[in-house]
Design a protein around this ligand. Sequence first.
Ligand code: WTA
Length: 662
Amino acid sequence: MEDGADVELEAWIESRERFDPPESFVEQANVSDPDVYETFAKEWPACWERAAELLDWERRWDDVLESDDAPRYRWFAGGELNASYNCVDRHVEMGRKNHAAIRWVGKRGETETYTYGNLQRETESFAAALRGLGVGEDDVVTLYLPMIPELPIAMLACARIGAPHSVVFAGFSADALATRMANAGSEYLVTCDGYYRRGDALNHKGKADRAVRRIDHEVETVVVDRLGGGLPHSLADDQHDYDDLVADHRNETVEPVARESEDDLFVMYTSGTTGEPKAVRHTTGGYLSHVAWTSHAVLDVKPSDTYWCSADIGWITGHSYIVYGPLALGATTVIYEGTPDYPEKDRIWELVERYSVDVFYTAPTAIRAFMKWGADHPANHDLSSLRLLGTVGEPINPRAWKWYYEHIGDESCPIVDTWWQAETGGMMITTLPGVSTMKPGSAGPPLPGIDAKVVDAEGEEVDRGEAGYLVVEKPWPGMLRGLAGDDDRFREEYWSTYSDPDADEWVYFPGDGAKVDEDGYVTLLGRVDDVISVGDHRIGTMEVESTIVGVEGVAEAAVVGTGGTLIAFVSTEMDHTGDATLRTAVVEAIEDAIGEVAVPDHVVFTPELPKTRSGKIMRRLLEGIATGETLGDISALRNPEILGELRARLAGETQSYLERED
Ligand code: WTA
């Protein structure tokens, strides 16, 4: 919650400030010609060939774009390539085998460096091992691993043999893993014995084992020994030790399989507006072209760069901009397993200094935490290696933007505020750092070749400055190709709101509100559906609410998100009270069904939720209570007396939360 002075400052920054990229940046930028926007518009869709040309193709495409089966577009149709070849082998062939591909820093300060030569060897051995277990082309392999080097290695090994991977975030529960594996029909799982969290060894294999027991089909499991005996574990007949398998296949050659451009590279489960997570399908040619191009044009990644994206590989940001984008360009990518405040709150800056990081990409939630910890932490380190900063995941408020610009970038690094989603595969709306003026609080114009607009409920473009719904009117290479096994839902969720199928007009609806200013810069206003984005986590409120409602004694629940905080308002049944026992039951139910990431920061018990006369929960009012903003029109509310009560209870809950934290 901001105080008055902050609100004023924000307004001032918003109205006054424009920042141009420094001349020294522009001079060396991968893309610095302002004509790029016009060229892309004029040459669309052929303009996208320059993205595809950043890759090596086994066979060149016949058509850039085929639209006859829209909204199932096909990009670079007829082309053939392999993602693992593009991210690993070709750099080795170019004589860069001793160049660092991955710099890994573990939770206990351990470090490992994989050169492109090492990465090729490891990828090939593990690809051979997967084949040895029976993995064939198009078999889905589930990867349930924390941020350890075996995760990107397994992704690349899958890509090498044409087996789509499905990475499930390590913080998800056994139930969540089982649902995803069953849904994908995945018969192969790569996991580990355990990992450290706040100094304790967590039993990860236990969760994986519980998941596999719940799946009807057979599963072959590979177990990485992350803890080096720190958590003794035994292996059943269908479970294999990662190191043993790799040793068995050490010198085998596995040629990268030529995949058709439209063949799946991976599926990624993400939260939607209904309870069930959905499996977004990404293809080899279009996705890899899109992430390589945006890494080049937006993140300005060069082969000589050390680049660090602080997301988790378990989410889309990590797939696109820790693994595939930077490795396709032959850069060094930092993979950090730890947390930003351990051992000290300067951890990130210590590592930026140690590895001379050139480009740093993080989420606004993280920046707000850095602000809270104070500018001394970055000031104690030499951050002069930094050339460019980026943010993703949620709108960045101008004050946080300014702080990042001054205290991390020393006023000499452009900032790219990048809007995109799991479904878009890669960045869609952001300034080009070598071309555009930056305006704090606004992501920027749509990227060249991206046709995004803001429309009203009828699909008419709104006036400049007016709020509406963001839509994308033309296809783009990194777009999702469908939801695995659910074509109806694919059309329903993304293409039904503004499309006109009879006229064969397809408009993509991402689910975000936005406005556009006089220069065509887009300011994102948050989700308009029941999905909450916090940093790199994306949570469906329905998923959490239906879990809470399943707890004995709970009548109804509404979950809202604000500024990185998740709040659950829970009404209890007549003969139950919202006490500590019920709170524990709610928390445990969410941990079991989804995982710790979805556990709300606050659980506010209430005799009833604010409802309209027709019985609909007024979510907007709960959001207002959560942010402390004025509530506006409450005439539709049947039980206005509940508002004061809810405010008081939230204040009490926040207080006890602070006490718990201490
Ligand atoms: C939100 C993460 C404002 C948005 C890459 C989107 C943003 C959702 C930004 C996707 C940004 C992402 N400014 N909002 N720069 N970037 N979002 O699929 O609501 O985990 O729809 O992808 O995050 O979340 P997802």
